[in-house]
Design a protein around this ligand. Structure first.
Ligand SMILES: [Zn+2]
Ligand SMILES: [Zn+2]
Length: 298
């Protein structure tokens, strides 16, 4: 059984529609696929219908942008009821924070004397559902302000640069509790990955286990072999699940092909058992839980 528990569709920053993502997963020989778009359940219904068609198990999930002690931490949530109020409130805050970020960045750039407005960014986004920093960078290239995206980030948009705007991140601990309360389970995505994300230390991860964290994403392209071994040992030590995933984004991210990392079937089974316990305790019903729980807990 081949299991990939972290993938993105066009519902966030992937390039496949949810249905295309599921069909690509079936072609890649996957039996279980989790759809985990950033901070949204928008792709679930379309993905579930496609999963039924092609006969693979779909685990509805999301990757929530959280913060912990000033660091950004991505939290994978599986099988939560997204309408559960504590979770729904955090997701709405994260999404509105993202939308307001671009206007704030543009205002700062104009404050520096750069003539740029929302239309420039929209043109650079080529119809993407949500605009973000990369699109602002592309607009700066088009306007001739910088030579390329890298220069745009180095001079203006990167963390700590003049036009950088921090966006809202849900508090990590409260979000883990909100996911549990919503009948789901949470796994820290690429805990020690690159890309400016924080590196929660071992004591922190052990503490997060106490408040309900179900697992750690161990096998991820951002982790080298030594990091994987250390995280795997840590997950074992604190009795948590170790997952492995591609973090596929379609053509939006190279070297993240579907199934390039997979989750051990035994680990997946434990994760689904924890999800079933969480759902039973919360008395909330995940809209598409049957897909996620069809294999693994039987
Ligand atoms: Zn991530
Ligand atoms: Zn991701």
């Amino acid at each position: 059984m081949r299991i990939d528990l972290h993938t993105h569709s066009r519902a966030s920053d992937g390039t496949d529609t949810p249905a295309e993502l599921v069909r690509a997963a079936a072609r890649a020989g996957l039996d279980v696929l989790a759809i985990t778009d950033h901070d949204t359940a928008d792709g679930w219904a379309e993905a579930a219908a496609a999963a039924e068609e092609v006969g693979i198990t779909l685990v509805p999930g999301m990757e929530i942008s959280t913060g912990h002690r000033g660091r950004s931490v991505h939290l994978l949530a599986y099988l939560p009821d997204p309408t559960s109020p504590p979770l729904a409130i955090e997701l709405a805050r994260v999404l509105s924070g993202r939308e307001s970020r671009v206007p704030d960045m543009l205002a700062r750039l104009r404050g520096l004397g750069i003539e740029i407005d929302a239309d420039d960014v929209r043109a650079a986004a080529h119809g993407a559902a949500a605009t973000g920093r990369p699109h602002v960078a592309d607009a700066l290239v088009t306007l001739g302000v910088v030579a390329d995206r890298t220069e745009a980030f180095d001079r203006y948009l990167g963390a700590g640069r003049v036009a950088f705007v921090n966006r809202y991140a849900a508090p990590l601990e409260a979000t883990i509790r909100a996911v549990t309360e919503a009948g789901g389970v949470s796994v820290i995505a690429h805990p020690w990955g690159r890309g400016g994300l924080g590196r929660p230390d071992e004591a922190t991860l052990a503490h997060l286990h106490d408040i309900g964290l179900a697992g750690l994403e161990v096998d991820h392209q951002d982790h080298d072999a030594a990091t994987r071994e250390r995280l795997r040992a840590m997950a074992r030590e604190i009795g948590r699940v170790a997952t492995g995933s591609s973090d596929y984004h379609g053509t939006g991210k190279v070297d993240h092909d579907l199934g390039c990392n997979t989750t051990d079937p035994g680990e997946y089974e434990r994760l689904m058992e924890l999800a079933a316990e969480s759902a039973a305790r919360s008395a909330r019903v995940t809209p598409l839980a049957t897909y996620g729980r069809a294999t693994g807990t039987a």
